[in-house]
Design a protein around this ligand. Sequence first.
Ligand SMILES: Nc1ncnc2c1ncn2[C@@H]1O[C@H](COP(=O)(O)OP(=O)(O)OP(=O)(O)O)[C@@H](O)[C@H]1O
Ligand SMILES: [Mg+2]
Length: 487
Amino acid sequence: MLARTVTHALVGLEARRVEVEAHLQLGVPGFAIVGLADRACQEAKERVRVGIASAELEWPVRRITVNLAPAGLRKEGSGFDLPIALAILAASRQIPAAALAGHAALGELALDGRVRPIGGVLAAAEGARRAGFTRLLCAAESTPEAELAGVEAVPLRHLAEAVAYLRGEGEPPPYTPPANGRPSAPTHPDLADVRGQERARRAIEIAAAGGHNLLLGGPPGTGKTMLARRLPGILPPLAPDEALEVTRIHSVAGTLLPDRPLIAEPPFRAPHHSASTAAIVGGGPGPRPGEASLAHRGVLLLDELPEFMRPALESLRQPLEDGVVSIARAAGQALFPARFQLVATMNLCPCGARGDPGAECSCSPQRLAAFRDKLSRALLDRFDLVVTVPRPRGVELAAGPSEASAPVRERVCAARERLRAKVPRRSAEADELLTRAVERLPLSGRGRARVARSAQTIAALAGADEVLPEHISEALSYRTPSELRPS
Ligand SMILES: Nc1ncnc2c1ncn2[C@@H]1O[C@H](COP(=O)(O)OP(=O)(O)OP(=O)(O)O)[C@@H](O)[C@H]1O
Ligand SMILES: [Mg+2]
């Protein structure tokens, strides 16, 4: 007796079709799962056996072999529980095998037979839709996510519901997300709280409008972290296709909030400086997306940049250029998009006094050199905008609230619209100024391209049709602050 169900396994964000075959045979009773199943997947044996019994169904006293095909693809996680249980129930004629046609299945089983949600439902549901399946059997909590992919989800709370549905005894009741009264959409702090710091505020606006990487340096307590945390609040919302892309990544990572299946705002990630390379760029068994991918189409804040481990920082160099992290595995390559905007803050020396006219830096040249060595030039070269944030003056701190985030966000959205409609070109004078700057300044090829791009953003913010010399000179001023130049 043989029966088959279909599910989808993920390699990175890519769904691969997996056929779950259950074969029952007379002989010494036993249960084996073959087909490169990892440990969590092997443990499905116990969950499926107990889950079937808890749903008051019969566990076949047979030699049971479950094969997960293709055998060359490594199967990870607990999402195979439900398709395995259904294949066994169909092979033992407890549900009609024909009823499974047109259905894909995905979900973990609890020991009491409940169906539990798993990560990666959106990507798997998209795979199912592409493969021609119109209905997806999954946990009730996963239905909003599955429906984003355009498949019809069958919301299951319990294995018994799946059985009743497949026997044609009725559809399970639709899923209504729990209303906890508290919307979990992120609220961002407002720019009105930041006093003074006009130059840094201007840089953050340019960064938001053009998606540029921004480095804020300066003495302690001047508002660097404050400013960086206010960047997401002035970014425009995600376009519908971007929202799906971001949601797919967060679904795989298991960071979606249950009451918010679609991420419509740019994500903001601020990992602690003790983060490992795998935590930053992704990896591990699975492999799983890292912070760089979780910040895709949003902001990655590295607060206190020199405190991060150098390998972790260096691992960001490639995604900063390509916008994608590729993790090689024996079984193939997993690709995670990682087109994020990097924002970092740092003090200018270990004691923190540099950049503060009222304080004397007590760092020895050796200590200063060691501090500088923590950051490679290659990484610093990837920041389009570098600004120093000086100590705010007393009158500035005593002044009333500054301009709020809302009007800044409007300007940012207008500039983005303008850039989308038509990228402004450089005037002849602007071109000449840029060429002269490349000769005079330590500006790499990448540096030149980045200055040109920031100048376009500055022109768009100014509503100009072309990039003028003043836009180039402002863009240049953010590339080479004297405090960060090697002395
Ligand atoms: N420009 C400012 N306007 C208003 N408040 C400020 C400003 N700068 C600092 N503060 C106050 O100081 C606190 C610390 O600021 P913040 O954490 O941004 O400092 P920082 O520059 O990141 O310092 P560090 O280098 O030590 O991390 C803020 O919570 C705020 O209360
Ligand atoms: Mg700080």
